[in-house]
Design a protein around this ligand. Structure first.
Ligand code: NAP
Ligand code: ZN
Ligand code: ZN
Length: 347
């Protein structure tokens, strides 16, 4: 066991503050990583404030982790000391169910172990995330990171990247398709970059007029201000695919109206409130409303390699960890271009 500095929430209403946690000594298949950068996901904020009702305290959030390998267990074959490595949203699963065998560990039949707030399968405790100096994980849940790209820009790929890449791949988004990305935040800006790189015609659907220029810079072909009735009308019945990344309650029916016949809207944004959807909004036009959770380990590695090959990283604002509570407030106001990433040297 070793002691590791971290930032934790002690309750749903307390700010994140310094705290010391224990990390296990590497077991035969474990990789120990010194964390260099950790991205700040809106899921961290939902969880810290217990908006989904499943938080366990004390809680060290953070699941967009990149760092350097400092030790490996005797049986580790995939990593060596000095390698650049990443950990995303998952640190364990059963490896035996059909989902695990298919590389869909996030949907493990017995429940995947999430990087923070998850119950360790051996009963040894609750997992703690990446707002900390180091982490230890089984090599099967550690990703190879190319040194070609700036590491602070790579960190958000471990959640925002894979969460948008996976549905784009699953629904075979590409050339000839009209894609709407709803919400220009951490996930949304990765969704735009990835969908553009896959050849789709991409429209940014945003409620923030100030983001129009950025959307174009990120590669979006069009920008629709969703609060402007005329602009919204111009894309009714228009999209083959909408990726919804919005973090707060919003009217799904309005956006279902923007799908053409056979169109698909995939929710990745996870507001804490249930959606109200009259089925006729799906029946007319044979539309599909779907969801998608992060991505499995093989696809996460595929996405990291894809981003290295296509020079895709997140647009980040690097912060010191002491500023994390202010960063949460700014994220709530949509004041982030487009992902906060903590420089762990400041811890
Ligand atoms: P974020 O950076 O805060 O972005 C959320 C975006 O939602 C904002 O940038 C904003 O875009 C839009 N939005 C905010 N308030 C709004 C309002 N009042 N009305 C309409 N739109 C509003 O958050 P994120 O880190 O990208 O995460 C987004 C959501 O995805 C969160 O709920 C998070 O928990 C969830 N998530 C899900 C998965 C998964 O596996 N499914 C993985 C990671 C995260 P505009 O200003 O452009 O409108
Ligand atoms: Zn996340
Ligand atoms: Zn499983």
């Amino acid at each position: 066991m070793s002691s590791t500095r971290s930032y934790a929430a002690q309750s749903a209403t307390s700010p994140l503050a310094p705290w010391t946690i224990k990390r296990r000594s590497p077991k035969p298949h474990d990789v120990q990583i010194d964390i260099l950068y950790c991205g700040v996901c809106h899921s961290d904020l939902h969880t810290v404030r217990n908006e989904w009702g499943n938080a366990v305290y004390p809680l060290v959030p953070g699941h967009e982790i990149v760092g350097r390998v400092t030790a490996v267990g005797d049986h580790v074959t995939k990593f060596k000391v000095g390698d650049t490595a990443g950990v995303g949203c998952l640190v364990d699963s059963c490896r035996e169910c059909d989902n695990c065998k298919d590389g869909l560990e996030q949907y493990c039949d017995t429940g995947a172990v999430f990087t923070y707030g998850g119950a360790e399968r051996d009963g040894s405790g609750i997992t703690q995330g990446g707002y900390s100096k180091s982490i230890v994980a089984h090599e099967d849940f550690v990703l190879h990171i190319s040194d070609k790209l700036p590491l602070e820009g790579v960190a958000p790929l471990l959640c925002a990247g894979i969460t948008t890449y996976s549905p784009l791949r699953h629904w075979k988004v590409g050339k000839g398709q009209k894609v709407g990305v709803l919400g220009l935040g951490g996930l949304g800006h990765m969704g735009v970059k990835l969908a553009v790189s896959m050849g789709a015609e991409v429209t940014m659907l945003s409620h923030s007029p100030s983001k129009a220029a950025d959307a174009k810079r990120l590669g979006a072909h069009k920008f629709i201000l969703t609060s402007d009735a005329e602009q919204a009308k111009s894309v009714m019945g228009y999209f083959d695919f909408i990726l919804d990344t919005v973090s707060v309650e919003h009217d799904y029916n309005f956006y279902l109206g923007m799908l053409r016949t056979n169109g698909v809207m995939v929710c990745v944004g996870a507001p804490p409130v249930p959606a109200q959807i009259p089925v006729f909004n799906l029946i007319f036009g044979r539309k599909s409303l779907a969801g998608s959770l992060i991505g499995g380990l093989p696809e996460t590695q595929e996405m990291l390699d894809y981003c290295a090959e296509h020079n895709i990283v997140s647009d980040v604002e690097v912060i010191a960890i002491k500023d994390i509570n202010e960063a949460y407030e700014r994220m709530l106001k949509g004041d982030v271009r487009y992902r906060f990433v903590i420089d762990m040297a400041t811890l």
